[in-house]
Ligand binder design. Structure first.
Ligand code: LLP
Length: 386
């Protein structure tokens, strides 16, 4: 089955562009709230890095989620969209002074600190403002995730977080610093994780670390388990809303919680991934020596995931019902890696057909670039095109 798209409206818009189905987005958010709401003190933050389109952000803010930011730009985008600053968490291995100051000025909920030198700088900058910064330590749990190597973050070899061995030392340091308040631990093992066993492994590791801390009579108020829940790229229509029930249940079951402890989640892809498609127009159908190419007007500058991670996105010809033929779908960029898919079957393609590249709501529009002096793609939400 193809997705349902307002094709006539699409004909009036300059391609390529992103299209966001806000019914699906709202239903997804309702499901997140319903499933997380079953458990006391589960707080969900939206990972702004997945998609910072202002219309999308507004809808997510309306649903009451917090914001997980990794830069000053994201903090500004979240504030502009109306996220309350006491629900903003701020992670990242390389926070600049102006970004830390922005967080301090806005009294954000928590800095997720990734190194000792960063902790020292936050303490100094907070002192200069006579403030106390709330900090959590991002601990690298050395837990692998069964996902693409480029999006695995929780292994000792990755640049992220503070090693488990250093955890006690940095907590001691923080407790002796006048301008930081140590409030929690933060983790994130990777993205596009579909095997709940990976999250169970994270829970087990967090339990171990908490037991270790409890021996020192330290019980943190907040545990942030990051994000990472994956989506079904193969079948965007089959399970368009990810299995949030199993996800939250998994944490409720496997994470040992101390009384009143709050559990935070930072979900990006699972919230916005399926609601977005990249809509592109066919420029030419070219017969190669061994294959035929459908050359479209979107390129890796608009959606880099296939080129960067060999990611699969389902592709549909939304303006043809003719018998299927086999095509390589390629863009106009001067790079051999500017290929969206190889040897896929599509309803016969002709010049000016519209193609939907599905499941592109997360890490699509936001990762677009201006390489080849291209214009950044615009994003439209479905309710604008009624
Ligand atoms: N929290 C932290 C600390 C993160 O680094 C990330 C994603 C998230 C939360 C959100 O993860 P999600 O729920 O979206 O899996 N560009 C890549 C994905 C990079 C993910 C980076 N970190 C892609 O297109 O697959």
């Amino acid at each position: 089955m193809k997705g349902t798209f307002p094709v006539e409206k699409f004909r009036e818009i300059q391609t390529p562009f992103y299209y966001y189905d806000t019914n699906l987005l709202r239903n997804t958010l309702n499901e997140v709230n319903r499933e997380a709401g079953k458990y006391e003190n589960f707080h969900v933050h939206y990972a702004v890095k997945a998609n910072a389109n202002d219309k999308v952000l507004n809808i997510i803010r309306e649903a009451g989620l917090g914001a997980d930011c990794v830069s000053g730009g994201e903090i500004n985008a979240a504030i502009k969209a109306g996220f309350s600053t006491d629900k903003i968490v701020y992670a990242g291995v390389g926070k600049s002074d102006w970004e830390i100051n922005l967080g301090l000025d806005n009294n954000i909920f928590c800095f997720n600190v990734e190194s000792v030198p960063e902790l020292q700088v936050i303490n100094e900058l907070a002192a200069a403002k006579n403030k106390i910064a709330s900090v959590a330590f991002r601990i690298n749990p050395n837990v692998g995730a069964h996902t693409h190597a480029n999006i695995t973050t929780g292994l000792a070899e990755n640049k992220f977080g503070i090693s488990m061995e250093d955890m006690d030392k940095v907590i001691d340091m923080a407790q002796n610093m006048p301008n930081v308040r140590f409030i929690g631990l933060h983790f994130h093992i990777g993205s596009q994780i579909l095997d709940m066993g990976d999250f169970v492994a994270l829970c087990n590791r967090i339990n171990e670390l908490q037991d270790k801390l409890a021996k020192r009579h330290i019980i943190v108020d907040h545990i942030n388990v990051g994000g990472g829940l994956g989506i079904d790229y193969q079948h965007p229509n089959r399970q368009s809303i990810p299995d949030f029930a199993s996800y939250f249940e998994c944490y409720n079951k496997h994470l040992k919680r101390h009384s009143k402890q709050t559990i935070h989640f930072e979900l990006g892809r699972s919230i916005v991934g399926q609601c977005g498609s990249l809509i592109t127009k066919v420029l030419y159908v070219k017969q190669g020596t061994f294959k035929q190419f459908a050359i479209v007007d979107a390129g890796m500058t608009d959606l880099i995931r296939p080129a960067l991670y060999q990611a699969y996105h389902k592709i549909e010809n939304i303006t043809s019902e003719m018998a299927c033929e086999t095509y390589d779908i390629v863009g106009p960029i001067c790079e051999s890696s500017d290929v969206f898919a190889k040897a896929i079957d599509l309803n016969k393609v002709q010049r000016n057909d519209l193609i939907a590249i599905r499941s592109a709501g997360a890490y699509g529009e936001i990762m677009a670039s201006g390489y080849n002096c291209r214009t950044l793609p615009k994003g439209f939400i479905s309710e604008e095109l009624l």
